[in-house]
Design a protein around this ligand. Sequence first.
Ligand code: ZN
Ligand code: CU
Length: 535
Amino acid sequence: MFDLLIVDARIVDGTGAPYFHGDLGVMGDRIAAVGRLSGQLARRTVVAAGRVLTPGFIDIHSHSDASYLINPLGESKVRQGVTLEVAGQCGWSLAPLEGAAVEEIKKDLEAEDEVEISWRTMGEYLACVEEARPSVNLAVVAGHGTIRGSAMGYDDRPPTADEAARMRLLLRQALAEGAFGLSTGLIYPPGSYATTEEIVALARELAPAGGVYFTHMRNEGARLLEAVGEAIRIGEEAGVPVQIAHHKVGGEKNWGKVKESLHVIEEARARGVDVTCDQYPYTASSTGLSSIVPQWAHDGGSEKLLARLRDPDTRRRLAAECVDSPDSWSGWDKLLISSVRSEANKKYEGKNLAEIAQERGQDPIEAAFDLLIEEELAVGMVRFGMSEEDVRAVMQHPWVMVGSDGSALAPYGRLGRGKPHPRNYGTFARVLGRYVREEKVLGLEMAVRKMTGLPAWRLRLWDRGLLRPGFHADLVLFDPDRVVDRATFTDPHQYPDGIDLVVVNGTVTVDGGEHTGARAGRVLRRGGSRCHGDN
Ligand code: ZN
Ligand code: CU
């Protein structure tokens, strides 16, 4: 007898193979059988009536590092069908922590999110997430920025030999305690201070552990191709797989460059470098507003950056550099303020900087700098800088996965603040609704593969990501005629439609589109699964 039996489904198994009509039975936390099973006994039978049954979606690029400590339900993710997230991306993880990184991360988290930083090592952090009993499975990579801040602080300089050794040791420990790899954020200080050689030396630690190098590259504008070259070189010299995060190009004069970069990636694959990418399906990006301030001004950490913004002479210099930076913008009206900390500035959330500047009677750049000072840097932004044609070209590439670059949010409580990028709620439903059904940019089977089998392969998870007997029962049942994202830039806290049933480790977590309150997610540790191939 099955615990759960789903009958009469259009089964899309995650490999990219064509769908077939059939049934799937779950026993405990595993898939017990796939095939013709109707008539067999089950504690619960769900009639799919031709809806699509797939493996649970794997969000290969997530920033849910703190989310489950704030709200374990993982609302905005699990309601999209996400059953596993990979956090610690873009160089920023919550472990391992020591030295200057402890204060820097506390500043980020404790004031606003009321998350108490009680851990130091990756193992201790993962145990804290486990204790929170999340609704979704979580895997984590160690962030280079966090490791660098831990070993040597936030100064713009190369590490000493001792500091470099400390970074390697911290990474080795994090890998031994379950991290799936290393991430860099080479536009964000302190990661941006690192040379290619510094990263190669660290990435070499990944090879014996079977870890992956994930990178938010040094440039996603005019110097995109150089940045892809650097990512490939790191993988090649360190002998490790490379995952290029949120592959895109910003700035109108750079549009089209992703076609060249995808070609460069194919050439690297052909000569044996294992490079793949992920992407979120929007023409707008999102990050902290402080990233518009030139790199040198971040030297020494956030307090020093604020001091420079307050100093009239330095500020003038920064403003001048910002305005004619070679990569810059398509205009201040394309830059939306998505979140602030203070009540006084809440009125700006969802407005663009041109509007805000006008309201304040200031230049846009002066308004941006003042906002950063008033909010002590805690200002989020959304920037419209990509072309739809490029988004489609990247999406159609066979080695590109779907990753939200967002975190688990909820329309209520502390995770419901501001006007965050809609990708936090909409990514997976948007690919299935808009790009598969409406615009036919890619086929259903290929889209599902990018959300399931491909990211599982990337993580070397040999017992998730496909519909196979013996695999963990992470499942999504959705209506292909109805599935659609509803989150918008002005009204982002909206769950998608059409994702009817989500099962995490055999437990029904979304039922009839509603969260059941189940918290059956697990913290995955690299090397921790018995089906694992890379021990
Ligand atoms: Zn990033
Ligand atoms: Cu990211």
